[in-house]
Structure formats: structure tokens, C-alpha cells
Design a protein around this ligand. Structure first.
Ligand code: NAP
Length: 280
């Protein structure tokens, strides 16, 4: 069994990003990311701080817009309109979830497609279907980078994704398909889940439930990718996979924390670099 070290892969990809950002700067193009955070969600604050730290590390300028909890949809839309026109801003990120009075879809759709570095807009998610993409959703793209870094072949493999969200499960399945995997997507209405997951050479869990994937659901020698970010009874960060009981059965496994998580932010930085290159 080998533990996939997301921090190591992330550091190596960030080095490449930093070189490219510095190259653009020498050519007179600075790279900038606007980060919008609304309200006082503590998890959102942690994510935003990590994203800003990541920007700093690779030489991207980050501009934070912290708005109060009672902000209205129109206020965010007019801020986004300003940022869409601002040349120093290459990417715009609005940290989700937003307070419930805000129309999340309207906010996502207000971001100009060329600045949609989270790849949440329908144009960007749609492009994933055809394999013609400039921005990829950060978490699935990060997982593909992890598999490539460890020389884990996808072609011809049985790939099972548990979860069908628009930001993780569906694009993950599509990227595995583009890499010539044979892909099955499972969800809460799937029957005989264990029979399906036990076939997987590559199993991706994106469910959001602690210890959801148990030992009997995993094939000997499988590669197990844990996307989950949950809190256990003691408030400790944990994934969807029963890591301790499964790890010896796998050929590769991602830990939580330190697996998929660091790659997600790195892919955001990569998308921001791509946006900056396109704007130049
Ligand atoms: P989500 O939108 O809540 O989707 C969860 C998926 O799991 C749904 O498709 C749901 O099926 C499926 N599911 C729920 N119960 C199931 C069951 N009993 N059997 C089979 N499938 C079941 O969540 P998400 O946004 O994709 O996120 C998933 C997890 O990844 C969360 O823990 C989240 O915090 C984490 N995450 C981590 C990162 C990272 O950077 N590491 C990034 C994004 C998300 P239905 O569609 O039928 O309801």
C-alpha cells in the first residue's frame, strides 16, 4: 500500500505555477485573483485563508472582498460586474455556500466565463463533456494530477465514482472517461452499491459521510481516492473512507487531510494562471 501524498504533488505543481506566474510578470502581466467571502462561516474563512496563502506562495496577487452576512444578491452582482471589468483581476472566486437569501446560481452566472476559475459556469462545465476545456473544476482536475504523478494508469480500468454532484462526481466521471477509463457513477438511489464498488480498480468517494466506504466495498489492490471532508464526533477532519481498515487492502490511497484537499487549491491557482495567460 502506498499513501498518495497530496502535499508533495501540490508543492511540485505549485513550483511550476510560480515559474509561469513569474515569467508573465517579467513580460509585464501581473496575475490576480479576487476572492469574495460573505458572512461568518468558519469553514469558508479557513478555505479563503488557504486560497490567499496559496496565491502568495506562487506570486498571484489576491484581493479579498469580505461582505456582511446580510448582503443582498444585487450587491454581489454589482461587485462581480466591477471585477469582470477590472484588468488586474484574472480570476473571480465566490466562496460557497452563500447565505440563504442569496441567489447562488445568479452569482455563479454573473462571473465572466474567462474569469470563472472555479469552472462552475454552465459554459465551463459543458465544455467538459466534449473534452474542449480551458478551466477544469478544481477537485476532479487535482485528482487526475495525483493519478498522473504516481503513474497510475486510468486507461481500460474499471473506475467507480460515488457521488454525482456538479462540482465533483459528474466532472470526475467525465475526466476519467476522457482518460479512457470504464466509468460507473453511483448515487443515493444506486442499488447493490457494494457489488459495484467491489469491481473498481479506481474508486473515488465523494459522498460527504464519515466512514461511508468500508473494507467490504473495496477490491484487493484498488486505488482509493477519498474526496470527503467531514468532521467526526470530536470535530476532527475526516474523509468518506474508513482509512485505517482499508489501507492495507489498497495499492494506493489518499489520506484526509493531506490527499485531495491540497490539490483542489493548487488547481485553482493553475486555472488563475491559465486565465492570466489568456488575458495577456
Ligand atoms: P454533495 O453535492 O452533497 O453530493 C454527495 C453525493 O453523494 C450525491 O450525489 C449523493 O447522491 C451521494 N450520496 C449520498 N448518500 C449516498 C449513499 N447512501 N449512497 C450512494 N451515494 C450517496 O457533495 P459534494 O459537493 O460532491 O462533496 C462530497 C464530499 O466531498 C463532501 O464531504 C465535501 O465536503 C467534499 N469535498 C471536498 C473537496 C476537497 O477539496 N477535498 C472539494 C469539494 C467537496 P444523490 O445525488 O442521489 O443525492
Amino acid at each position: 500500500m502506498k499513501i498518495i501524498d497530496g502535499k508533495e504533488v501540490s508543492a511540485s505543481v505549485r513550483e511550476e505555477i510560480a515559474e509561469q506566474v513569474a515569467k508573465l510578470k517579467n513580460e509585464g502581466k501581473k496575475t490576480g485573483l479576487a476572492v469574495i467571502i460573505v458572512g461568518n462561516n468558519p469553514a469558508s474563512r479557513v478555505y479563503v485563508n488557504n486560497k490567499k496563502k496559496g496565491c502568495e506562495q506562487v506570486g498571484i496577487n489576491s484581493y479579498e472582498y469580505a461582505l456582511p452576512e446580510e448582503t443582498k444578491t444585487e450587491d454581489i452582482l454589482s461587485l462581480i460586474d466591477k471585477l469582470n471589468k477590472d484588468d488586474k483581476v484574472d480570476g473571480i472566486l465566490c466562496q460557497l455556500p452563500l447565505p440563504e437569501q442569496i441567489d447562488e446560481e445568479a452569482v455563479i452566472n454573473a462571473i465572466a466565463p474567462d474569469k470563472d476559475v472555479d469552472a462552475f459556469r454552465p459554459e465551463n462545465t459543458g465544455h467538459i463533456m466534449t473534452g474542449d476545456y480551458s478551466f477544469l473544476p478544481c477537485t476532479p482536475a487535482g485528482i487526475i494530477e495525483l493519478l498522473k504523478f504516481y503513474d497510475i494508469a486510468i486507461e481500460g480500468k474499471e473506475c467507480v465514482v460515488i457521488g454525482r454532484s456538479n462540482i465533483v462526481g459528474k466532472p470526475m466521471a467525465m475526466l476519467l472517461l476522457h482518460n479512457n477509463g470504464t466509468v460507473t457513477i453511483c448515487h443515493s438511489r444506486s442499488r447493490n452499491l457494494k457489488d459495484i464498488t467491489s469491481r473498481a480498480d479506481i474508486l473515488v468517494a465523494a459522498v460527504g459521510k464519515e466512514k461511508f466506504v468500508t473494507k467490504d466495498m473495496v477490491k484487493d489492490g484498488a486505488v482509493v481516492i477519498d474526496v470527503g471532508m467531514n468532521r467526526d464526533g470530536n470535530g476532527k477532519l475526516c474523509g468518506d473512507v474508513d482509512f485505517e481498515n482499508i489501507k492495507d487492502k489498497c495499492s494506493y490511497i489518499t489520506p484526509v487531510p493531506g490527499g485531495v484537499g491540497p490539490m483542489t487549491i493548487t488547481m485553482l491557482l493553475k486555472n488563475t494562471l491559465t486565465a492570466s495567460q489568456n488575458h495577456k
